[in-house]
Design a protein around this ligand. Structure first.
Ligand SMILES: Cc1cc2nc3c(=O)[nH]c(=O)nc-3n(C[C@H](O)[C@H](O)[C@H](O)COP(=O)(O)OP(=O)(O)OC[C@H]3O[C@@H](n4cnc5c(N)ncnc54)[C@H](O)[C@@H]3O)c2cc1C
Length: 191
């Protein structure tokens, strides 16, 4: 059941509010976009994330505006998006994209101590599995120059579109090529 703030209005049938769906979308991507407002100006900043249980972790330099604002506990919106396919319909109007996206609303809190280390490990392991133990661990000085914040997943939603184009009845027999062009991120090998 969606809370009013997180209810998908357009194509509500594509909205999902169960944590299994939201978690899978968050875990499947390492890039998120974090939105916050400063002096009435919204900023949407791309950054990395990792999830541990009910918490989404973000990190960065203490000098960054993003981290400074997060520490103040301002309202934030984090979005993770996967573009899975380009949907070519018979008419330009009915073109679409297949996607999975998750939106998390809330206020972040600063993380210290063991939780900070666990969060940093989660971020590294999320992007490069096995790397936390392979590479040198962070020094005290490095830890001081890295801030970590946590955002609870209490308020979140997902939206998913998949499947073929939805053509209007009058277009169905038109001689126009149509279908779905799949898209995915390809992980190469270490050079
Ligand atoms: C790759 C991609 C491309 C898109 N392209 C377009 C486009 O070109 N034009 C367009 O109008 N829409 C596009 N959308 C859909 C768009 O993200 C919104 O869902 C849409 O604007 C309708 O929002 P709304 O008015 O129903 O909800 P809003 O009132 O904007 O949002 C209400 C709540 O619904 C939830 N919500 C809304 N959208 C999403 C979402 N995508 N994922 C998770 N939760 C969501 C959030 O919790 C939000 O707080 C695209 C989505 C994706 C992922």
């Amino acid at each position: 059941m969606a809370a009013e703030r997180t209810r998908v209005r357009r194509h509500p049938e594509r909205g999902h509010y169960d944590r299994e769906t939201v978690d899978a979308i968050l875990d499947d991507g390492f890039l998120c976009h974090l939105g916050f407002v400063v002096d009435e100006q919204p900023y949407v900043i791309p950054t990395l994330h990792a999830r541990l249980g009910d918490v989404l972790y973000l990190h960065g330099s203490p000098a960054s505006r993003m981290l400074k604002e997060l520490h103040k506990g301002v309202p934030v919106c984090v979005t993770v998006t996967h573009l899975d396919g380009i949907v070519l319909a018979k008419s330009v109007f009915n073109h679409s994209v297949n996607y999975r996206s998750a939106v998390v609303l809330g206020r972040a809190r600063r993380v210290e101590g063991d939780e900070k280390l666990a969060a940093l490990e989660a971020i590294v392991e999320h992007i490069a599995p096995g790397r936390w133990h392979e590479a040198r661990q962070p020094s005290e000085k490095e830890l001081k120059t890295t801030e970590v914040v946590a955002l609870s997943l209490d308020e979140c939603s997902a939206k998913v579109r998949n499947g073929p184009p939805i053509d209007s009845p009058e277009d169905r027999d038109a001689d126009v090529r149509s279908g779905v062009i799949p898209l995915s991120i390809l992980r190469g090998t270490l050079e």
